[in-house]
Design a protein around this ligand. Structure first.
Ligand SMILES: *Cc1c(COP(=O)(O)O)cnc(C)c1O
Length: 468
């Protein structure tokens, strides 16, 4: 104990540390309060260590305390949200923000962010209008629906649709479609928060139209089909097609909702990605509403699109939750620009990063990877660089089984692969690859062409032998 109070007495005063010349340059960059706060933080931490008997024998000098405060100030000044080069080969990487926007969409969001705009104003009449009008026509054209509206994401779309059309009523869903997507999006829970009651029919692998029909009663609100995008039941299975469900709904006067989830607007089948329903399919089959995400296969900003019957869309837009779920100006601008790209099918595969990555021919990717590997081999550091055949993933809760043939650059570093991966994550920009069998794998399929130089610089820095 005596030792503790002795040590405490030796701790310098805050003002003593603040008076050191070490901190003079920092005064130009940081507010005085922040510097005082940082120094006080360092001293408090030392005091705690002393009281817990965890302080070193010799306490740091005031100089070192000032240095530590400087490190903390510099660290706090770095934004927590940083750019990451995605070399994982997972195209819709939810942890990395799913779809990167097209240049035109990013530009639209930027312009919307930095000024005023006609978000809810008709510039012809000077009167108030609806923000949904900015994207309604584009969404109708994309889906073939008579009307459409948009909310923050597909989860919100599901909640507001179920609430408006089925609160206090039963929603009939196949047991095989009661999915969980990501952490906390579970269809049964979503139904509960919407005020609807789940009526499960069929079994995990088998649901027939007769199962739906037998469950219909006076309290049925709607029939719902959910695209099981993140898992697949194989073998002895049966699911009811949306068209059959629509016919049943019509017979009983019940709306049929198609939660399509990943929202493919183009036929990705011709690029080796078969089996994903298109957003036009549900509407063409007669579904009353189709729901899908804006930032999965559509390749736009985070949004939940609801397309279908005009009378239902109007009811949804009158729900008070619409206010809580509505899109902000930047997202709306980015969505409008993304929809604009879809008017030209050639342009959209070229300019929309998500589609460009998914449809990039293997030969082109191999060429890019080989040129890049050659440059990496020329770097000092003794790393081994190979090109390997591998698979890329669509990701984002979409097409789980769907892998795309790809090539990766496999780096065997002289340091441990985990150390290299950690250095790459800590760099600016950060780089995410895949660590596997003693190697770091880099898939250029998910690296935008304009990021290749930055990726090379980041790799050169991380591989440099001088890095401690
Ligand atoms: C991804 C997905 C959702 C959730 O969409 P978010 O836009 O992430 O909220 C809902 N339903 C299905 C079928 C999905 O695939």
């Amino acid at each position: 104990m005596a030792n503790h109070s002795e040590q405490l007495r030796h701790l310098p005063q805050v003002s003593r540390v603040l008076s050191l010349s070490t901190l003079s340059a920092a005064r130009e960059r940081y507010p005085a309060e922040a510097i005082t706060e940082a120094v006080r933080g360092e001293l408090d931490a030392l005091r705690q260590q002393i009281l817990q008997g965890k302080a070193p024998e010799t306490l740091p000098e005031p100089e070192q305390i000032a240095e530590a405060a400087l490190v903390k100030l510099a660290r706090d000044a770095v934004p927590r949200i940083r750019s990451v080069i995605n070399a994982t080969g997972v195209v819709l990487h939810t942890n990395l923000g799913r779809s990167p926007l097209a240049e035109s969409a990013a530009q639209a969001a930027y312009e919307a962010a930095r000024g005023y705009l006609n978000l809810e104003l008709d510039l012809t009449t000077g009167k108030r209008s609806s923000r949904q009008l900015n994207v309604r026509a584009g969404l109708c054209q994309l889906t073939g629906a008579e009307s459409a509206t948009v909310v923050n994401n597909c989860a919100a779309a599901t909640v507001i649709v179920l609430r408006t059309l089925a609160a206090g009523k039963e929603v009939i869903v196949s047991r095989g479609q009661l999915i969980e997507i990501g952490g906390s999006f579970r269809i049964p829970d979503i139904l509960t928060v919407s005020g609807a009651t789940l009526r499960e029919v069929g079994t995990t692998n088998m649901t027939r139209l007769s199962d739906y029909e037998a469950a219909i009663g006076p309290n049925t609100g709607l029939l719902m089909k959910i695209h099981t995008s993140n898992y697949r039941v194989r073998g002895f299975t049966k699911a009811v097609e949306i068209g059959e469900l629509v016919a049943l709904g019509r017979k009983h006067g019940l709306p049929v909702i198609d939660d399509a989830g990943s929202g493919a607007a183009l036929d990705l089948g011709r690029y080796g990605l078969p089996g994903e329903p298109r957003v036009t399919d549900g509407i063409a089959a007669g579904a009353d509403l189709v729901l899908f995400s804006g930032d999965k296969l559509l390749g736009g900003p985070q949004a939940g699109i609801i397309a279908g019957r005009q009378d239902l869309i109007q009811r949804i837009e009158r729900d008070p939750l619409m206010r809580a779920f509505r899109l902000d100006k930047m997202t709306l601008a980015a969505l409008e620009a993304t929809l604009q790209l879809y008017r030209d099918p050639e342009r959209v595969t070229r300019e929309l990063p998500t589609l460009r990555m998914l449809t990039m021919p293997l030969a082109e990717l191999r060429q890019r990877s080989e040129a890049f590997a050659k440059r990496l081999r020329a770097l000092p550091g003794g790393q081994q660089v190979e090109i390997l055949d591998d698979v890329a993933y669509v990701g984002g809760g979409s097409l789980p089984d769907q892998t795309l043939p790809t090539v990766v650059i496999a780096l065997t570093p002289p340091i441990s692969e985990e150390t290299l991966a950690a250095r790459l994550r800590a760099g600016t920009p950060a780089v995410m690859g895949r660590v596997q069998d003693g190697r770091v794998l880099l898939d250029l399929r998910t690296v935008l062409e304009h990021q290749e130089e930055a990726l090379f610089t980041a790799l050169a820095a991380a591989l440099a032998p001088s890095v401690p």
